[in-house]
Design a protein around this ligand. Sequence first.
Ligand code: NI
Length: 154
Amino acid sequence: MAVLKVVKVGDPVLRQPTQPVTRITKRISRLIQDMFETMYAVDGVGLAAPQVGVSRKIAVIDVGEGPIALINPKIVSGSDEDIDVEGCLSIPGKQAYVKRLAQVKVEALNEKGKPVQIEAEGLLARALQHEIDHLNGILFTDLVDEKDIIEGDE
Ligand code: NI
């Protein structure tokens, strides 16, 4: 396994629509392992493939409830609203309060290609929406007014 370089805002790969995965090849499996290792190395709770320069529909998440790999994920339903603070490994030093769905149901394939359905709330629901946005070229800073972006000192 390997820790990959996380690309930063300004890199066009973060804005490209990603391609779906049609077959879980060895290369895709290795990429997922490397994405987990990269996410843990930088203390993130989620990472999407474009953030390591790969324009495919793959994301990994671990909000402290165990690792979740998502291939071709999509939100199939959601309810209520929740506002909480959010950051992104590709936008270091910036945070904002972002309005998201409070509960979501997501369908995806897992790392073995098996269809899975995830019902989530709280931080996991937020992470799912943040990572799926990445797969559509959307960053959290797109969802708030520029004046509401908080500059940190990371
Ligand atoms: Ni992010």
